[in-house]
Design a protein around this ligand. Structure first.
Ligand code: GDP
Ligand code: IMO
Ligand code: MG
Length: 424
C-alpha cells in the first residue's frame, strides 16, 4: 500500500481539517507529520464545530487509528485541552490515538523564547502564533530537544532543567516579556500525566508495518506550502517542511511509498501573520472576503488577510508537492460577487513572469483576469453538475490553468457540503 497525503497549497487554513475528516472514512490510519499547536483545523458536523491543533482530524471517525508522527511538536498543555474537548464530546480515542516516541516536546520556555524573539524583531516580526514552534524545531535541529520517549526516563526532570537553563541564558539577551513561567511549568507537568497515558510507538516501524499489512494511511498536513521553511516566503514561514517531502521525514516512509497527493486551495486566498502576499486586497473586497469567509484564525483568532486566488503561486506549490488531485474549498464565499479576479502572472521590474521570485518585493504587481460571478447561494446543491454555469466555468478555468483535476469542491463548512467529481 501507499500513503496518501492531504496538504494546503497556500498559506494555511485552506480547509484541511474538513477534508481530512470527510475522507478519513476511506482510511485505516490518519497521521500528522509536521507542525504542532500552531495549526487549527476546524471540523463541522451534526451542527457542532470542533477545532483540533495536534490531534489528527480522523479522530471523530470511530475505528480509525490516529497517529502523531515524529515530525510533530507537542505541547502537553494544548494536548490535554484537546483531549478534554474529545472527552466532552464523548469521543472514545483510547487505543485509537498513538504518539511517536520521536516527536519533540514544546517546553514553556520555548513559548517564552518565541514571544521574546518576536518582540526583538520589532516591525519585522514573523507574526508567529506564539506556540513555541520555532524554538522547539531549533532545539530539534540543534540536537538539544526533549522527545516524547524521554518522558519515561528516570532523569527526565534533570534533562528538562538543563534545557530550561539553556533557554534562560538565551533569554538574558532578549527583551523581557510578560510570562508566568512558574505557573506555566506547573500546568505543563500536570498535563504531562495525560500525555503519559497515550500509547507511544516506534512510529516509523508502525507506519511501514501498516502499509505492508494493506492498511490505508492518510497523512494530514498542517500549515500550507507557502509557509514551508525552505520553499515558503522565508523568513515569514513556519519552522517545518510542510510539503510532501515532509511526509517522508515526519513519518519515516520512503519516497516510493507516497500515493495520491491531494492539494487543497481556497477559491480565493488568505494569510495570517506577516509576510508578502501578492494578491492581497486592502480594499472593501478584501473586507467582504473576510466577512463572508469568517476569516479569523482558528488558533489565535487574528483576522486573516484576504485576496484573490494566485495561479503562479499555486502552480509553484503543485510542482513542489507533486499534487495529483485538487480540492477547491470555500467557493460559497464568492457567491456575492458579480465579478471574480484570478491572479495569472506577476509583473516584476516591468517583466511579466509566472515564477515565484526569490524574494517577493513590495513593488511586485499581480496581473489579473476577470470571470463572471454567479451571484446566488449554493445551498442545497449536492451535485457538481447542478452548480450554476458561471461557477462551473470558473472551476474549469482553474483546472485548465493548474493542469490537475479538481476532484472535490467544498460549498460550506459542514462535512456534507462537499461536491465530488469522480476522476476519469
Ligand atoms: P485548516 O487549518 O486548513 O483545517 O482550516 P481552518 O479550519 O483553519 O479554516 C478553514 C475555515 O473555513 C474553518 O472555519 C472551516 O469550518 C471553514 N470552511 C471549510 N470549508 C469551507 C467551505 O467550503 N465554505 C465555507 N464557507 N467555510 C468552509
Ligand atoms: P493550519 O494548519 C495559517 C503562520 C503564522 C505565522 C507563521 C509562523 O491551521 O493551516 P509559527 O507559529 O508557526 O511560528 O508561525 O506561520 N501559521 C499559520 N497560518 N494556518 C496555520 O496552520 C498556521 N500555522 C502557522 O501565522 O505567520
Ligand atoms: Mg487552520
Amino acid at each position: 500500500m501507499k500513503i496518501d497525503v492531504i496538504l494546503g497549497l497556500q498559506w494555511g487554513d485552506e480547509g484541511k481539517g474538513k477534508i481530512v475528516d470527510y475522507l478519513a472514512e476511506r482510511y485505516d490510519v490518519v497521521a500528522r507529520f509536521q507542525g504542532g499547536p500552531n495549526a487549527g483545523h476546524t471540523l463541522v458536523f451534526d451542527g457542532k464545530k470542533y477545532v483540533l491543533h495536534t490531534i489528527p482530524s480522523g479522530v471523530f471517525r470511530s475505528n480509525l487509528i490516529n497517529l502523531i508522527g515524529n515530525g510533530v511538536v507537542i505541547d502537553p498543555i494544548t494536548f490535554e485541552r484537546e483531549l478534554q474537548n474529545l472527552d466532552a464530546a464523548e469521543v472514545d480515542y483510547k487505543e485509537r490515538l498513538f504518539v511517536s516516541q520521536k516527536a519533540h516536546l514544546i517546553l514553556p520556555t520555548h513559548r517564552l523564547l518565541d514571544a521574546a524573539n518576536e518582540v526583538a524583531k520589532g516591525k519585522s516580526k514573523i507574526g508567529s502564533t506564539l506556540r513555541g514552534i520555532g524554538p522547539t524545531y531549533m532545539d530539534r535541529t540543534g540536537r538539544n530537544g526533549l522527545r516524547i520517549g524521554d518522558i519515561n526516563r528516570p532523569d527526565f526532570k534533570e534533562r528538562y532543567d538543563r534545557l530550561k537553563q539553556k533557554h534562560l541564558s538565551i533569554l538574558t539577551s532578549l527583551p523581557q516579556v510578560d510570562f508566568d513561567l512558574e505557573g506555566e511549568e506547573k500546568k505543563w507537568f500536570a498535563s504531562m500525566e495525560r500525555l503519559r497515558e497515550i500509547p507511544q510507538v516506534n512510529s516509523e516501524y508502525y507506519v511501514n508495518r501498516c502499509l505492508r499489512n494493506g492498511k490505508r494511511i492518510l497523512a494530514e498536513g498542517a500549515q500550507g506550502s507557502m509557509l514551508d521553511v525552505d520553499f515558503g516566503t522565508y523568513p515569514f514561514v513556519t519552522s517545518s517542511n510542510t510539503v510532501t517531502a515532509g511526509v517522508c521525514i515526519g513519518l519515516g516512509v520512503s519516497p516510493d511509498k507516497i500515493g495520491e497527493v491531494i492539494g487543497i486551495t481556497k477559491a480565493y486566498c488568505t494569510r495570517v501573520g506577516s509576510g508578502p502576499f501578492p494578491s492581497e486586497l486592502h480594499d472593501e473586497i478584501g473586507e467582504l472576503l473576510r466577512k463572508e469567509g469568517h476569516e479569523f484564525g482558528a488558533t489565535t483568532g487574528r483576522p486573516r488577510r484576504c485576496g484573490w486566488i494566485d495561479l503562479p503561486q499555486l502552480k509553484y506549490t503543485i510542482m513542489l508537492n507533486g499534487v495529483t488531485q485538487l480540492v477547491l474549498t470555500k467557493i460559497d464565499v464568492l457567491n456575492i460577487f458579480k465579478e471574480l479576479q484570478v491572479g495569472v502572472s506577476y509583473i516584476i521590474d516591468g517583466q511579466e513572469t509566472e515564477e515565484v521570485p526569490y524574494e517577493i518585493q513590495d513593488d511586485l504587481r499581480m496581473k489579473y483576469e476577470s470571470y463572471a460571478g454567479w451571484e446566488q447561494s449554493l445551498a442545497g446543491i449536492h451535485e457538481f453538475d447542478n452548480l450554476p454555469d458561471t461557477a462551473k466555468a470558473y472551476i474549469y478555468a482553474l483546472e485548465k490553468e493548474l493542469a490537475v483535476p479538481i476532484t472535490m469542491v467544498s460549498t460550506g463548512p459542514d462535512r456534507v457540503e462537499l461536491l465530488l467529481r469522480p476522476m476519469g
